[in-house]
Design a protein around this ligand. Structure first.
Ligand code: ZN
Length: 507
């Protein structure tokens, strides 16, 4: 049994002004994919694992990805997709194709870029080849994705700690489909609902209970898979929002009933899915006054994993203004790093740091301090991390201790806070600080929960702010809760949330 592995994975923040052009993508081919993902815990890692687990011949073809940022240029999308299809065509006959997509990719001219990839792959391999696709929980699922694949599934965890497990599940269903053991039919239900980014942690309500409901659906007789995609609110596309997907062995009606029931369960929790986070000043005062540190402040508006620039200065400026000391944060500022390198270790420096990418993430903040350490910024983390990465690169890095009692880890590549090695690898111990800023919402949790006395999500401005009224949506569905408070659902009389699916699987 021959299975091809390929993907174009991007989470597109259509409000970001940093375009994803061809040069922005890291493109791995053939054995490079194995070297990079063979020992990681990513979606691609899970697909590669199908060789050992199911004895299939798994052939990695191409995997293109770049950090979350703005819309993919038409040139980049078409060039990468053309190469994907060319490699698929050149590989001969496939029993199955495994697609490692994100689910929230938007390209110029292709608002549903993942659906486009899946549809073009389906066109190439024909209706009789099994196509599996495993997506990030932030995917904005579409009917086109589902119609173009045999099985689609989504991570079950946020932070994402099961990317490889879910990909392996998806591959397993494809193997069983090829063997004729199962006949997957999929149903997608999209309640008109957006869950705020600050409510997406699957370890707490409302998502904790909803994922338990998802497990109940997956355990029904004949049910092959169940997924809840939280969706990605920073992609202004018609399908933006939550989606529920059920895959049944042969019975479309049961798949549909299960997906609708799950969507109804999400809808019942909608009032718990609205954001309610403190302002930067309130969060900083609370953190400074806490009896025990460090208090980790999630800089939601500069969620690098969501497409923000990593150089927001709202929290730094407020900490300076409020006189808060023992404060630590990383900040993207390649020019400031070069100044520090020129000055040298132990040298005094005067810098204007951060706030340089655009006018949505604060202004540069003037600081005076001393260069403690310089580094090339490469590091490795063997702990569990969001998304399962192992090797990281924050580019040339300078650690600066300022006269305000702050430590700034200035770096040259936009990197979120999903690995605490970002700090340890440059000799900084976050445990020693009272206030630590993490750029992200949920992704920093695996890294910082072990040392945090408390985690506080902060309503900072920016292209990933939790305050969705900040954005001028042009393409989203209307009505959509909570934008339109009186959004009706379900349409008509039928209430999918009224009763759980029949556990015996009969209608
Ligand atoms: Zn995600």
């Amino acid at each position: 049994m021959r299975l091809a592995v390929l993907g174009l994975s991007h989470e597109t923040n259509t409000f970001s002004r940093v375009a994803a052009d061809y040069a922005a993508f890291s493109i791995l081919r053939g054995e490079e994919i194995v070297r990079r993902h063979g020992t990681a815990t990513s979606t691609v890692s899970g697909f590669l694992g199908a060789a050992d687990r199911y004895g299939a011949e798994v052939v990695p073809l191409i995997y293109a990805t770049t950090g979350p940022c703005g819309t993919i240029t038409r040139d980049a999308f078409e060039r990468i997709l053309d190469e994907m299809l060319a490699r698929l065509r050149a590989g001969g006959r496939w029993d199955g194709v495994l697609l490692a997509q994100h689910g929230a990719a938007v390209a110029e001219g292709y608002p549903d870029a993942d659906g486009e990839v899946a549809a073009r792959v389906r066109d190439l391999v024909g209706p009789d080849t099994a196509v599996g696709m495993s997506l990030d929980m932030h995917g904005n699922l579409t009917e086109r994705m589902v119609a173009s694949t045999t099985v689609t599934n989504v991570y079950n965890t946020n932070p994402h700690l099961d990317a490889d497990d879910r990909a392996l599940d998806c591959a397993g269903l494809i193997v069983r489909t090829v063997a004729g053991a199962v006949h997957p039919v999929q149903a997608l239900e999209m309640p008109p609902l957006v869950i705020n980014i600050v409510k997406q942690f699957t370890g707490e309500e409302p998502m904790l209970g909803l994922m338990q409901d998802c497990d109940r659906v997956a355990a029904l007789p004949g049910m092959l898979s169940a997924s809840v995609a939280e969706g990605y609110p920073y992609a202004d596309v018609p399908e933006m929002g939550m989606a529920c997907l059920a895959v049944h062995d042969g019975d479309p009606a049961q798949a549909r009933q299960a997906a609708r029931w799950l969507a109804g369960r999400a809808w019942q929790r909608r009032r718990e899915m609205v954001g309610d986070t403190p302002s930067p000043e309130d969060a900083l005062r609370h953190a400074a006054a806490a009896r025990r540190g460090p208090v980790v402040l999630m800089d939601v508006g500069d969620n690098v994993g969501g497409g923000s620039p990593a150089d927001s200065t709202y929290l730094l400026a407020a900490a300076q203004r409020l006189g808060i000391r023992r404060f630590l944060q990383a900040l993207y500022d390649p020019a400031a790093v070069q100044t520090c390198i020129a000055a040298g270790i132990d040298a005094p420096v005067e810098l204007a740091v951060g706030g340089k990418t655009d006018d949505m993430h604060g202004r540069p903040v003037a600081v005076r301090g001393r260069v403690r350490r310089l580094s090339d910024g490469q590091f490795e983390d063997l702990r569990p991390t969001h998304g399962g990465g192992r090797f990281f690169n924050q580019g040339p890095t300078a650690v600066v201790d300022t006269e305000d009692g702050h430590t700034l880890v200035l770096n040259s590549r936009r990197l979120g806070s999903m690995s605490i090695e970002q700090m340890y690898s440059v000799g900084v111990e976050p445990e020693r600080y009272q206030v630590v800023v993490a750029k992200g919402v949920v992704s920093p949790r695996p890294a910082y929960e072990p040392i945090a006395a408390e985690i506080v999500l902060v309503n900072t401005p920016g292209v990933t702010t939790s305050d969705l009224s900040f954005f001028d949506y042009r393409n989203r569905r209307v009505p959509l809760y909570p934008f339109e408070k009186d959004t009706p659902y379900p349409a008509g009389d039928e209430n999918p949330g009224a009763s759980p699916p029949n556990p015996r699987g009969r209608r």
